[in-house]
Design a protein. Structure first.
Length: 198
């Protein structure tokens, strides 16, 4: 279990970070779920944040979902995050013109740069699908093989200690495992508790 001192040291002077937390029914036997948690390289260390726990369905246990130091690169909800615009092209073009590059050479450079961007996007999309498939497999195995009635997933952008930060869970969404897909996981909203049901 990551203790209070760890989070205090981690957040001292740190930037804002996403963390994925999770809930399980109170009667869950974590020992029986260890194989599934380990197989999918999840964490499930108990987490005490009284502000959040008070907003959970009565009797739910609360955990950090992953073993990562933060979940800023999570695929959960990644389609809702806006891409930053590349504003460097104009300044690069001015710089290249000063170097004496012709317009046709600049056009070739822009085409190659765009092709490189598209290749990177495709590669990222494939990585995202593989990671979302891991999450989907984990949720399904917890519900079906682990026989838990539900598993809750919550994504929040923390500006401080994960055990102390207060925030409002805006909504709770119940969704059956048969309706849960990779594409659905890409659209998870922040500060919404998603309850995946068997």
């Amino acid at each position: 279990m990551l203790g209070h001192n760890f989070w205090e040291k981690y957040f001292r002077g740190a930037k804002m970070c996403y963390f994925i937390t999770a809930t399980l029914p109170q009667d869950t036997n974590l020992t029986k779920l260890k194989t599934i948690i380990k197989q999918y390289e999840m964490g499930f260390a108990p987490l005490i944040n009284s502000s959040v726990i008070q907003q959970l369905p009565a009797g739910n246990l609360y955990f950090t979902a992953t073993k990562a130091h933060c979940d800023c690169d999570t695929v959960l909800g990644c389609e809702l995050q806006t891409e930053s615009q590349d504003v460097s092209d104009n300044s690069d073009i001015k710089r290249l013109r000063k170097k004496g590059w012709s317009q046709s050479k600049i056009d070739r450079w822009l085409t190659e740069k765009e092709q490189s961007r598209e290749a990177e996007k495709l590669e990222q999309k494939q990585k995202n699908k593989a990671e979302a498939q891991r999450w989907l497999g984990f949720i399904k195995d917890m519900l079906i093989l682990g026989k838990v009635s539900h598993i809750g997933i919550l994504k929040h952008l923390y500006g401080g200690d994960i055990e102390k930060e207060k925030f409002i869970i805006c909504d709770t969404v119940n969704i059956g495992i048969s309706q849960t897909t990779i594409d659905y996981l890409f659209t998870l909203k922040e500060d919404t508790l998603y309850m995946f049901l068997r």
